[in-house]
Write a protein that binds this ligand. Structure first.
Ligand SMILES: [Fe+2]
Length: 353
């Protein structure tokens, strides 16, 4: 971690009489081992609370550290799933430095199990941070690639929350608001990172999308993106961005009206405004946004022989808890993944940041 960013925070806390220990060994996709290293650091320094200062990986890692500190006899793997964090973790404050995961607003944290080549989530109300500080000034130096990956992760949260079957009036309102902000401000934050209003709007969008999906859950884009991430280490937001249009095309027959709502929210009406036409236009808008943000159309690391295993991993994650509008079989998922092998050329190598 570049310590210049949290330096003012550290000196203010010290001035207020709070002594802080910095743990900065968090990989891009936090692993069980990285959580355990944080737990060891927490215990050896006799800490009593946590501040997560960073992106989604840092916030998720802090949630994992807290869950393990609060429940020392439970492994992270045992806590996988819903409501298995039995005792409360120590207080956690989140200060996001990217606009994407919305983890500062959610019950969930995602970890990579390197031994079993899979990602898994733990989700519990006790993981919701006690405090969150959103400061767009912390995001002004983010490179365009991270701005794009974060923004498209937030877009996927908003869209999957809206088209899923768990939506409420409240969550739908949050998802639509996030979508409108992303539509208006993500290209500007990508082009001109120093635009503080664009950064603020994107931070709010990520937060709102987090507030939506923490109540509704996500869908197949996340399940497949997690599987691709655990196999090839792809950046989460980039994997989501690549997969989302394919999942929406496949899901459209079961969510025509909802996709049309999303299109209307960003004013894509013109000429043929049937639900079907609007839905196609919305998916086309995501394709165009991906292109403008330099998102690859395929996954060059993807190997044909891995597809059955990646599909199984994705569907194991999605079923039965993701409230998807249309159920996917193993065969459907494999066909979808094949499109990533044969996507429009030229393919681009995804390099982890
Ligand atoms: Fe996500």
């Amino acid at each position: 971690m570049d310590l210049r960013l949290p330096e003012p925070l550290l000196s203010d806390l010290e001035a207020g009489g709070l002594h802080c220990i910095v743990f900065d060994q968090v990989p891009e996709n936090p692993t069980i081992a990285s959580v355990e290293a944080g737990v060891h650091r927490y215990r050896s320094a006799k800490c009593d609370s946590l501040i997560a200062f960073g992106g989604g990986s840092v916030m998720d890692c802090a949630k994992g550290i807290g869950a393990r500190v609060g429940n020392p006899w439970l492994s992270l793997r045992w806590m996988e799933g819903l409501f298995r964090v039995l005792l409360p973790p120590p207080p956690l404050a989140c200060i996001p430095t990217t606009a994407g995961s919305g983890s500062e607003a959610t019950v969930a944290a995602v970890f990579t199990d390197t031994e079993r080549r899979r990602k898994f989530a733990i989700a519990d109300l006790k993981l919701i941070p006690k405090f969150t500080v959103i400061d767009p000034g912390l995001m002004s130096d983010l490179p365009p690639s991270i701005t794009a990956a974060g923004g498209l992760d937030a877009l996927t949260h908003a869209v999957e929350s809206y088209i899923g079957r768990n939506g409420s009036h409240w969550s739908n309102r949050k998802a639509l608001s996030a979508l409108k902000r992303i539509h208006r401000w993500l290209p500007q934050a990508f082009r001109q990172g120093s635009d503080e209003n664009a950064r603020l709007q994107m931070a709010l969008a990520a937060h709102e999308a987090g507030e939506a999906f923490t109540r509704t859950n996500v869908g197949y884009s996340h399940a497949i993106a997690h599987a691709l991430g655990s196999f090839y280490g792809l950046t989460h937001g980039v994997a989501n961005a690549i997969v989302l249009p394919l999942v929406l095309r496949w899901s459209q027959p079961a969510c025509e009206r909802k996709l049309a709502d999303l299109a209307r929210a960003i004013e894509l009406q013109s000429g043929d405004d049937s639900d079907h036409a609007l839905g196609l236009r919305f998916i086309g808008w995501i394709d165009a946004l991906n292109r403008s943000l330099k998102i690859p159309v395929g996954v060059i690391q993807l190997r044909r022989e891995d597809i059955p295993m990646i599909s199984r991993s994705a569907l194991n994650e999605a079923h039965p808890s993701y409230p998807v509008p249309r159920l996917m079989t193993q065969h459907d998922c494999e066909l979808l993944l094949h499109q990533l092998l044969t996507g429009a050329s030229p393919k681009t190598l995804i390099v982890d940041s």
